[in-house]
Design a binder for this molecule. Structure first.
Ligand code: SF4
Ligand code: SF4
Length: 542
């Protein structure tokens, strides 16, 4: 195996035996092969699209399969093997619909396009095996951006919000990584286009979430526990949460969120359930110890699962694109619904969760809520009560260096306001940071899925201050990344022209020195350093 797609890759180079995340070498190899098959599907489906022959099932397969290869999503060898088999069948079905004259001869096609179940194990076509290190770097950057794009498109898709242009771009991007004629400039162009598509898909997901469940409202979320048994839900899938709340209504079983599901507490549609009890625990990497203490069943809806301990293996369930060998998977039924009875039955005989903390945390400041206090915010900036906004968003992770983000927040001047989205906030959202004239010092827009809110807030503030360029706002960016959704969010910000981003805790291992140079020269991207040094730089910007 070789995998370097996330921030925790071994020695900031690449995982080569088993993943730091717990992914086994054989699963990593199977996921690489699945991506080869996706490239082959993409090649033929672009031609099918041109003939008006694209089928929705192909869109769904691409989104499901690509999402399954994200960090901490699917560790299940059998599931990936099933996807591989389905992928070959689908590729052959699509190919059979295309007139022979539209298909170049085999010798003119990249090897991956003609991949077969017989030769797939011997193919040397992984992105990371590309010889030129800058081309390799850009192919990887594009591939990981596309993974993030597919994941966010998937979240919107399950709520019925679809976008053919995004799916077509995913196919085009996949095929581009096999094209040896593409120059560095062309690949850079595709990487930026991926960022633009990221902005559109994040906007679509925002529309999907808010039209379906309402605009998040500011809320103090309970982080303690009640004295009844509960079900814990993690990941990002709001539709799974909705169905779980509906099915547990009136059963006497409470539902708690974990990790990235925390912002769901702020949606009006979910507040009506009196068994929706609050948030339990912290971000994804703390799940081992926290799941052990929860005592009840746990549902993992999207990326964020880590190898479970034996102590709770019999009460953790997967659904959707998530997989882990030995765990019970809740499949979608023909009518697109899911039956969570196994969790509900198990909860009936479970002990209540063990308390691990108490009190509340404030959330629910997505764009509508944040902009409803825009006048107050603008006034506070004009009168000097707020000196600067710090976007400290993105991912959390298990490396001890990430205490940097807690230290950075603690060291911030008291007249700064933090804008956040994603699980990075768990590094500081339980600190007592106070408010500025009633405006909380942490405005939490939600999941990483809600990063679009931060863009809307920045654009509206720029308009209110009469600025043409959002880089002229008193906003600094100190972003933490971990996995491929974060790669897409970073590309989305760059495509909007956002400059001066500080990125940490380490730069992606897949960026070559020359690609880093391009990002520095064009966007003034910089790696984070120490709290003191970064504070000096970030407080002086714009
Ligand atoms: S996802 Fe990250 S930790 Fe897991 S194998 Fe890949 S690089 Fe390693
Ligand atoms: S914030 Fe980052 S680590 Fe957390 S779920 Fe989103 S992409 Fe993954």
């Amino acid at each position: 195996m070789f995998c370097n797609q996330c921030q925790e890759t071994l020695n900031v180079k690449g995982c080569i035996k088993n993943g730091v995340c717990g992914k086994k070498g054989e699963v990593a190899d199977l996921q690489d092969r699945l991506i080869y098959v996706l490239k082959s599907i993409a090649f033929y489906n672009l031609k099918a699209r041109a003939l008006g022959l694209n089928e929705e099932a192909t869109d769904r397969f691409l989104l499901d399969s690509f999402f399954a290869t994200l960090t901490n999503t699917n560790f299940d060898r059998r599931e990936i093997e099933i996807l591989l088999k389905k992928g070959f069948d689908l590729r052959d079905e699509i190919k059979a619909k295309i007139p022979a004259e539209m298909i170049p001869s085999k010798r003119d096609l990249p090897a991956v396009v003609t991949v077969t179940p017989e030769n797939i194990e011997s193919l040397e076509v992984a992105v990371h095996s590309t010889q030129d290190k800058d081309i390799r770097s850009l192919r990887e950057l594009l591939t990981y951006g596309l993974k993030g794009l597919a994941a966010y498109a998937h979240h919107a898709y399950v709520l019925g919000y679809k976008d053919e242009a995004t799916y077509e771009f995913i196919e085009k991007g996949l095929v581009s990584t096999t094209d040896d004629s593409l120059s560095i400039e062309s690949l850079l162009g595709l990487v930026m286009e991926c960022g633009q598509k990221g902005v559109s898909v994040l906007a679509l997901l925002d529309k999907a979430n808010t039209e379906t469940y309402g605009n998040p409202e500011p809320i103090a979320i309970n982080i303690g526990v009640r004295n009844r048994s509960g079900i814990l839900i993690s990941g990002h899938d709001l539709r799974d949460l909705e169905q779980l709340l509906e099915q547990t209504k009136g059963t006497g079983i409470d539902v708690y969120t974990h990790g990235e599901m925390l912002p769901a507490n702020a949606y009006p549609a979910f507040k009506k359930y009196d068994n929706f009890a609050g948030n339990y625990g912290n971000s994804w990497w703390k799940q081992n110890e926290e799941f052990e203490k929860f005592n009840g069943p746990i549902l993992m809806t999207t990326n964020c699962i880590i190898p479970p301990r034996e102590s709770y293996k019999n009460r953790i369930y997967t659904t959707g694109v998530v997989g882990f060998e030995g765990l019970t998977h809740i499949y979608e039924k023909e009518n697109d619904t899911k039956d969570f009875t196994p969790l509900i039955e198990q909860a009936k005989t479970s002990k209540p969760p063990e308390p691990i903390e108490s009190g509340t945390i404030t959330a629910g400041f997505a764009h509508e809520a944040a902009l409803s206090v825009a006048d107050k915010i603008i006034d506070a900036v004009k009168t000097g009560k707020i000196s600067r906004f710090m976007v400290i968003a993105g991912c959390d992770g298990r490396q001890k260096e990430r205490t940097y983000y807690t230290d950075f927040v603690k060291a911030l001047p008291k007249d700064t306001v933090i804008l956040t989205a994603g699980c990075a906030k768990y590094r500081y959202n339980k600190l007592d940071l106070g408010d500025i004239g009633g405006i909380p010092r942490v405005l939490d827009a939600g999941q990483c899925n809600d990063s679009y809110s931060l863009v809307v807030i920045a654009q509206k503030l720029a308009k209110a201050f009469g600025l043409e360029d959002i880089n002229d706002l008193p906003v600094s960016y100190n972003i933490a990344w971990y996995e491929q959704k974060a790669v897409l969010v970073l590309l989305a910000l760059l495509s909007l022209g956002v400059k001066n981003i500080t990125l940490g805790p380490t730069l992606p291992a897949f960026l070559s020195p020359n690609v880093v140079k391009v990002l520095v020269e064009n966007f003034n991207l910089r790696p984070n350093t120490t709290v003191e040094e970064d504070m000096k730089v970030l407080l002086k910007q714009a």
